[in-house]
Design a binder for this molecule. Structure first.
Ligand code: URA
Length: 254
């Protein structure tokens, strides 16, 4: 039988950023920032190389002086984010974050959101302490589908949709092919269903913005083909074992 990632890593050395991500310190990139900031020590010595290998069984790894436990229980939650809540861990202006919401619901562990939804976007977001899973769910290589219902100003023409589904240049990136279906054409707005397999910053707003359509409402309604229809706006719950298996399979961690 295949060993789990944790068992594999326990049996051998792993890169320090993977260790930290798997131990719940954040995505691999976030963990690299901690290393660059000089906050990470192995056996009392500051880590100065991102490629540093560690032995999770025998090395003592600390972040900002705190010893990092390897075997912590993995938590994967799904939140239906309301508008007006930030999808960050904390906020320097003390605005409410998805992690504040998780704490209000009794989840006091060190958790972080997977990817980001804008302040004025609502819908499905995963909250976890599993850095490896988070990394994979966010990475375009794994092509995890995110589905949104978007309302934009104006009547979106078929030629605009044809452009957007093929891929467009949006400032500093080229979008991958996506799927778009028109749900409703009003007199001065259009409602569309859009499925993306990547998640660049403000991607949908920028895609429609290129064609002069301002987004007036945006909601993420599914992730990896799962709709989580029972999770009301503002609610949060752990994934069921079947949902967790499904996500891990999509992230090639099964
Ligand atoms: N695209 C956006 O523009 N904003 C979001 O919050 C999500 C996708």
């Amino acid at each position: 039988m295949r060993r789990s990632y944790t068992e594999d890593a326990m049996a051998s050395k792993v890169r320090i950023n993977r260790f930290l991500a798997a131990a719940g310190l954040g995505s691999r990139r976030k963990c690299e920032d901690l290393i660059r900031a000089g906050l990470v020590c192995v056996n009392g010595q500051k880590v100065d190389r991102l490629a540093r290998l560690v032995d999770p069984d025998n090395d003592v790894i600390t972040v900002d002086g705190e010893k990092i436990a390897w075997n912590q229980k993995k938590i994967i939650l799904v939140l239906n984010k309301p508008e007006g809540v930030l999808s960050t861990v904390s906020d320097s202006f003390n605005r409410k974050t998805v992690i504040d919401l998780a704490r209000e619901h009794g989840y006091t562990e060190r958790l972080f959101p997977v990817g980001r939804l804008d302040l004025d976007t609502s819908g499905i977001i995963i909250i976890t302490n599993d850095g490896e899973l988070a990394y994979r769910l966010m990475h375009p290589r794994f092509k995890i589908e995110k589905r949104y219902i978007v309302t934009v100003e104006g009547r979106v023409s078929q030629s605009t949709i044809d452009d957007l589904v093929t891929g467009v240049v949006a400032d500093d990136f080229v979008t991958q092919p996506c799927t778009i279906r028109v749900l409703k054409r009003g007199s001065d707005t259009t409602e569309l269903d859009i499925r993306l397999k990547e998640g660049m910053k403000r991607q949908i707003k920028r895609m429609f913005g290129l064609y002069g359509h301002t987004v007036v409402k945006l909601k993420r309604v599914a992730l990896g083909g799962m709709e989580f229809g029972d999770v009301e706006i503002g609610d949060i719950r752990p994934l069921t074992p079947a949902e967790e298996r499904h996500l891990r399979r999509l992230a090639k961690l099964a």
